[in-house]
Design a protein around this ligand. Structure first.
Ligand code: AN7
Length: 356
């Protein structure tokens, strides 16, 4: 991994400067995002056999999701251009990240979120960072359309992934994986919502291949939730439904580039059910000690599906991106697990409950 002179990580703009659009140093707005761990699974042999399964744990970014990689770029550029405010539509994580980076830059943040479909952790972040949180009676797609309309006429910088700097920043996760492994994986699985991240990873892998840093390319494997799977169906979904609220999106902004990533890499964009997402979500937390949010587990759920279908083979190196931290959505975690046992404050009764 590239490190600054003192051996400390400087954030993705400073570490990957050669691969990113130029930004004046005084505009760089960073919370030292990136450099997230690539964790090898050790307890999933019964599921994956002799496949090497690694988790790119993006929940360990400063605001708890992969969005920080793109947001440091988008907010730094907005600052360089003299913008005073940023705006985004969001299922939650983009709003949390935009709010934090805007605070850091001394800028105003406006975030539009679908009322009732944003996990509590994410909402609390945007509120704490001082954004104006606008809850709309509508879904993410409605919110994004409104943001597009507003930014046409008003000097507020859009920081959704339509902003090209977002994708540029997010591609650095692929760089880190290549540097960690010394090559690209055979397959790269990730959840697909607005489809910015699959676009970004593919760009990152291709740039490292072009530079000769890696000599192979992964197959890009994107997974949508079954009730919110427009790319799989081939048409927008008007009323998307899934428990994975982060990817409850019916008309992805980066649709075409996601399809390109799939086709150029020889990969797949498919869907997983909410039950499959929850199964993978629990498996990761209970067997590997890795807590991600439900949408993130769509990547592992997708890998489990592809293993069942005989697509993955022993000896393959597989990376699943876990896009957001489990603490983002405590309500879902509590719903998906065994309830605490209520016991009197009494040693004997507690021992009995412990089965001792
Ligand atoms: C945890 O925050 O769209 O396919 O507004 O939060 O690049 O959209 C979040 C998306 C996957 C999908 N996992 O990524 C938003 C938003 C998590 C996410 C995705 C999101 P893209």
């Amino acid at each position: 991994m590239r490190l600054t002179k003192k051996g400390l990580w400087g954030g993705i703009i400073r570490e990957f400067r050669d691969f990113l659009p130029e930004i004046h140093d005084s505009a760089v707005t960073t919370l030292l995002e990136g450099n997230t761990p690539l964790i090898e699974t050790v307890n999933l042999k019964d599921v994956f056999g002799d496949i090497r399964m690694l988790l790119k744990y993006e929940g360990l970014n400063p605001t708890g999701s992969f969005k920080d990689r793109g947001m440091t770029m988008a907010v730094s550029k907005a600052r360089e251009e003299g913008a005073g405010a940023v705006i985004c539509a969001s299922t939650g994580n983009t709003s949390a990240s935009a709010s934090a980076y805007a605070a850091r830059a001394g800028m105003r943040a406006y975030v539009l979120v679908p009322e009732g479909s944003v996990a509590m952790g994410k909402l609390s972040q945007a509120m704490m960072h001082g954004a104006l949180v606008l809850q709309i009676k509508g879904n993410f797609d409605d919110a994004l359309n409104i943001v597009k309309e507003i930014t046409k006429d008003y000097p507020v910088k859009m920081v959704n992934s339509i902003n090209p700097y977002r994708i540029e920043g997010q591609k650095t996760a692929a760089f880190e994986i290549c540097e960690h492994l010394g090559h690209a994986p055979t397959y790269h699985f990730l959840p697909v919502g607005n489809a910015g991240n699959i676009t970004a990873y593919w760009r990152g892998y291709r740039e490292y291949e072009k530079e000769g840093i890696i000599s192979n390319l992964p197959k890009m494997m994107g997974f949508q939730a079954e009730g919110a799977a427009p790319i799989v169906l081939g048409h927008p979904v008007e009323n998307p439904q899934t428990i994975a609220t982060a990817i409850k999106i019916g008309n992805p902004a980066s649709w075409d580039s996601a399809v390109k990533a799939r086709d150029e890499s020889g990969g797949v964009i498919d869907s997983v059910t909410d039950d499959e997402i929850i199964e993978a979500y629990r498996l990761l937390a209970s067997r590997e000690g890795v807590f991600c949010e439900p949408a993130s587990a769509a990547s592992l759920a997708g890998a489990m599906k592809m293993k069942r279908e005989g697509v993955l083979a022993d000896g393959d190196t597989v990376v699943c991106t876990l896009t957001g931290h489990g603490l983002k959505d405590p309500d879902m975690a509590i719903k998906a697990s065994a309830k605490p046992v209520k016991v009197p404050a009494d040693v004997k009764k507690i021992l009995k409950a412990m089965g001792l």
